[in-house]
Design a protein around this ligand. Structure first.
Ligand SMILES: NC(=O)c1ccc[n+]([C@@H]2O[C@H](COP(=O)([O-])OP(=O)(O)OC[C@H]3O[C@@H](n4cnc5c(N)ncnc54)[C@H](OP(=O)(O)O)[C@@H]3O)[C@@H](O)[C@H]2O)c1
Length: 428
């Protein structure tokens, strides 16, 4: 038998998927137990040079015609975007009884539960391994290899662009803007990098991991999200001095109040496995019982890594192993109760630019004392009378809403020159 594919979207991931399917056709056929063939393709511009001959396939100008075509068993959506064409294609394909493979984290984070329900009602597979951490089979690990565990926490470095930026800043001492420009020149960051550097991309992936880990529907809106845009070379230097690395880390964990999800640039102890992940590499740390900690590391993006995950899903479907997208019946996925980060307890890094005058430190210490926050360490280097100098404090464990109040009160002092910087210390 032959499994007939239709691929919509022939950009970075689509082109690589076609190419790899051709180059590895023997392996894929052996593992699938049948032939896997691309029959139809669709993209916006038929005349665009894609490095392969599109004439070999039936070209569809209208992607919905492909999604519902009688000639196709599996639709591979590689267009992207939360709504629009991608969502129309996904709904049309599933409703027409086609299996759907997608790399689209934005769509799955927002509409995944509904699409899974349609897939289940039509008895077809919705597969989206490529949507999270590209070349790392993190979703499969949760759904299959670790299926017998109660998962307590999933955390990770889920955005290669951000990790490249903070690694380079740390290794070279260069500024955020300088490294971002280089990342754009190397193709690691988009021309409009907001989705990556503001943490949105990582939050979409985290919400998908959390849904699978905790048996719920993805709740992207409840991820407390910030990015690396405000990381300065000064904070990178202080991080080193204090024994930390700054990393953009996503954490989803069970708490007594519900599932808490957060993405932020934070201080991570240098010895922590996630602090040692450099450059564009991604990592997913799964913690559960009885397994303990399981760390998966690999390439998180790029055509090859993403095509690897897309092809894994295709082989699963072709070999009859097409699993449920979220690891359990769509009808059993619950809306998970949400624990806001305001109830979290942890330690923090605070940097304040203060005008160097007598009495300033006592004023700051009084604010900490009044709010019941205990300071663990205090750093000030050199003196510049009447000039703004950085003062850094780390705290013992304290409540997150309390520390936000402290920072607001510090920022309101006449001797504080800039909005203070607050970062979580994620010891995990
Ligand atoms: N790139 C990565 O490293 C990576 C990693 C993980 C996941 N992903 C996900 O993979 C998906 C694809 O990403 P990509 O980087 O390959 O994007 P891309 O290079 O921008 O390619 C998008 C493709 O979609 C086609 N397209 C756009 N609008 C269309 C429409 N209205 N009808 C038909 N085709 C349309 C484009 O056609 P034309 O070529 O004719 O313009 C292009 O071939 C996204 O969901 C993305 O989030 C990407």
């Amino acid at each position: 038998m032959t499994i007939r594919l239709g691929v919509i979207g022939l950009g970075v991931v689509g082109a690589e998927t076609l190419q790899t399917l051709k180059n590895h056709s023997n392996v894929i056929e052996e593992r699938s137990g049948q032939k896997v063939e691309i029959i139809e393709v669709s993209a916006r511009d038929k005349s665009r040079d894609r490095g392969f001959d599109v004439q070999k396939y039936l070209w569809r100008d209208d992607p919905i015609e492909l999604a519902t075509s009688q000639n196709i068993d599996v639709v591979v959506e590689l267009v992207g975007g939360e709504d629009g064409v991608a969502l129309e294609v996904a709904e049309a394909a599933l409703k027409a009884g086609k299996h759907l493979v997608t790399a689209n984290k934005a769509m799955i984070a927002r509409h995944g539960a509904r699409l899974a329900a349609i897939a289940e009602s039509m008895n077809v597979t919705l597969a989206f391994e490529a949507a999270v951490a590209g070349g790392i089979p993190a979703l499969k690990a949760l759904k299959e290899g670790l299926a017998g565990n109660r998962i307590n926490r999933v955390s990770g470095i889920l955005n290669g662009t951000c990790n490249y930026i903070v690694t380079e800043m740390s290794e070279t001492g260069r500024s955020f803007d300088d490294v971002l420009k280089e990342a754009q020149a190397k193709g690691y960051a988009e021309a409009d990098p907001a989705f990556d550097i503001d943490g949105v991309d990582a939050a979409q992936k985290l919400s998908i991991l959390a849904a699978i880990a905790f048996g719920g529907t993805p709740n992207f809106d409840s991820v407390d999200t910030s990015g690396v845009r405000y990381v300065t070379d000064l904070d990178i230097k202080f991080a080193k001095e204090l024994g930390y690395q700054i990393r953009l880390i996503g954490v989803a964990e069970r708490t007594k109040d519900g599932v808490m999800q957060r993405v932020s640039a934070c201080m991570t102890p240098k010895a922590h496995p996630l602090a040692r992940i450099d450059g564009v590499t991604n990592a997913v740390l799964i913690e559960g019982s009885p397994v303990g900690q399981s760390l998966l590391v690999g390439p998180g993006a790029g055509g090859g890594a993403t095509a690897s995950a897309v092809l894994g899903d295709i082989v699963d479907i072709a070999s009859g192993r097409g699993a449920r997208g979220f690891g359990e019946a769509a009808s059993s996925l619950k809306e998970l109760s949400v624990a806001p980060v305001s109830v979290r307890t942890g330690s923090f890094y605070i940097r304040v630019m203060v005008i160097d005058r007598p009495g300033v430190i006592a004023e700051m210490a009084a604010i900490f004392g009044k709010n019941g926050v205990s300071i663990e360490s205090f750093l000030q280097h050199g003196r510049q009378p009447d000039e703004a100098v950085p003062v850094v404090m780390t705290t013992h464990d304290t409540n997150e809403s309390t520390i936000r109040n402290v920072v607001e009160q510090l920022g309101a002092l006449a001797t504080v020159a800039e909005t203070p910087i607050l970062m979580r210390i994620e010891s995990l």
